[in-house]
Design a protein around this ligand. Structure first.
Ligand SMILES: Cc1cc2nc3c(=O)[nH]c(=O)nc-3n(C[C@H](O)[C@H](O)[C@H](O)COP(=O)(O)OP(=O)(O)OC[C@H]3O[C@@H](n4cnc5c(N)ncnc54)[C@H](O)[C@@H]3O)c2cc1C
Length: 474
């Protein structure tokens, strides 16, 4: 297969959304599983490290090579089939592109990372990505029905939904925290689980079959304002309990997203209408179930908002396009405002991705709110998974932010949570993973890695430290 070593072409592939710089000598762009197998056996025979690179939206340097070869998935983008229950596509297709094609057939593939129009299907599977709607639908893992995976010895596996893990494969031995998590190798129930969330370290995913569900006929967007955080969290607990009790009830949001007072300030700065008394807000989406009808949903939400202490008269609830655009403008003011600060400060942000069990949410929010530098707190409150974005204005503050993040990660672990709910470990959070799982579990991860990839060819530096020479310690 053609290899590319032109530095100008390679330069477009050497970093990801973490902005960590990387280096590689050769780029390959296979068009089939057979070509992937050819490259893997070549690299394994010669001990050449190989990094799989897809759309490079990883925030953890997972797609950043530390030398060796790079394998881009950009040519494996075809949609093989879309049926009523399943769709099959190449791993390199953009997730949003597959979802649009599925939605055109009246079906839904639910995983919704914010980056879905920029990241690939294979990347989302490799990182077990999730998004706001994972409150209702879970992360990517349960939606995967089949994978084609190429191992480092060149074997091409076509894995079905219930294929078991071969008995001679060492299985990671641990109990994952009972929260949304994308940290470390999952204890595998099925063979598929070995590769989902393995961050490009155990095999190369070339094709996936995903499970589809009914597309909602109509969705109501709601922004509810609150006078303080305890009231907002109390309201969230009520609607969360009601959604957990009945996923299709009159109050059964598919997402419950939080915006703190710094977010509201960013929205106000951008000229958006935010009630003066509001200190925080929740953004929710309610699928309008035909068996209830819009009015029943609206009445039930209204009652819940009034009883829950929201600034009910200011609530925005809408199903029409104009109203939805207002809601999304408010939501998008936050990342846009954060990006502006980052550019103005000329300093990167430090963003957390921790989740904790229900009982630890208040304690974790207290910790976030004690951040020692400028910050913004928002995210997936229904999953106890918030993103604290620390916005340093100097190199000193950047060090303060990193140390604070480390401290938060330790606290999340102590509270029974995870060090990564959705972005994965990559090369930047290996220490956090160690604090979370301990040496024995790391050793069980290493046994699986070495069974499938004895010379540590694939995704070197992701999830686990490479034990051999040449590691930069990244
Ligand atoms: C603005 C922004 C918003 C984001 N929002 C979210 C969010 O809401 N939720 C979320 O979960 N994540 C989010 N992310 C993180 C990121 O988008 C996801 O992790 C995404 O799944 C990565 O996909 P990718 O195609 O860009 O993969 P890459 O970044 O190219 O690679 C990521 C990892 O997957 C491996 N990999 C990729 N393809 C394959 C394959 N075919 N076989 C084996 N390994 C493979 C790579 O080796 C690497 O280890 C966000 C990122 C950005 C920049």
């Amino acid at each position: 297969m053609k290899t590319i070593s032109d530095p100008e072409i390679l330069s477009g592939y050497l970093t990801d959304a973490s902005n960590v710089p990387g280096h590689a000598e050769v780029l390959v762009r296979p068009t089939s599983a057979a070509e992937v197998a050819e490259v893997l056996t070549h690299c394994r025979a010669r001990g050449i490290p190989l990094t799989v690179t897809a759309a490079r939206t990883s925030t953890t340097a997972a797609a950043v090579p530390q030398g060796g070869w790079l394998m881009s998935m950009e040519r494996l983008t075809s949609i093989e089939s879309i049926g009523h229950d399943r769709a099959t596509a190449g791993a390199g297709i953009l997730l949003g592109e597959l979802q649009s094609a599925v939605e055109a057939e009246g079906r839904l593939f639910p995983p919704d990372p914010t980056s879905r129009h920029d990241c690939t299907l294979g990347g989302a599977i490799a990182c077990n990505a999730s998004g706001a709607r994972s409150f209702r639908f879970g992360p990517t893992r349960p939606w995967i029905e089949g994978l084609q995976v190429v191992l480092t010895d060149g074997r091409i596996l076509d894995i079905g939904p219930e294929d078991p893990v071969p008995s001679d494969w060492p299985a990671p031995q641990w109990i994952e925290p009972t929260v949304k998590t994308a940290a470390g190798y999952a204890p595998p129930r099925r063979l598929l689980d070995v590769f989902i969330g393995s961050e490009g370290t155990l095999g190369v995913i070339t094709k996936a079959t995903v499970r589809l569900t009914d597309a909602p006929s109509e969705v109501m967007g709601i922004i509810a304002w609150f006078p303080d955080r305890p009231t907002a969290v109390g309201f969230m607990r009520n609607v969360r309990a009601s959604a957990r009790a009945d996923r299709r009830g009159v109050v059964s949001p598919q997402c419950i997203e939080y915006l703190d007072h710094h977010c509201l300030a960013l929205a106000r700065e951008r000229g958006l209408d935010v009630p003066e008394e509001a200190r925080c807000a929740l953004f929710c989406e309610q699928v309008l179930e035909p068996e209830h009808g819009e009015e029943a949903h609206l009445d039930a939400w209204w009652e819940a908002l009034e009883a829950g202490g929201a600034l009910a008269d200011d609530t925005l609830a809408t199903t029409d396009t104009d109203g939805r655009e207002r809601l999304y403008a408010l939501r998008h003011a936050v990342p846009a405002g954060i990006n502006e600060r980052v550019v103005r400060n000329r300093m990167r942000k430090v963003g957390t991705d921790l989740a904790v069990p229900d009982a630890a949410l208040d304690a974790m929010m207290d910790l976030y709110e004690a951040a020692p530098i400028d910050h913004v707190l928002f995210g997936h409150l229904g999953d106890n998974h918030l993103h604290l974005n620390l916005l340093p204005t100097s190199a000193d503050e950047l060090e303060v932010a990193k140390a604070f993040y480390d401290d938060l990660a330790r606290q999340a672990v102590a509270l029974g949570g995870t060090v990564s709910a959705e972005h994965g470990i990559g090369k930047l959070k290996r220490a956090h993973l160690g604090w979370m799982v301990g040496d024995e579990v790391l050793a069980s991860f290493r046994s699986l890695k070495e069974h499938l990839d004895p010379t540590w060819v694939l995704g070197r530096g992701n999830v686990l430290s490479f034990p051999g020479p040449g590691s930069t310690g990244l």
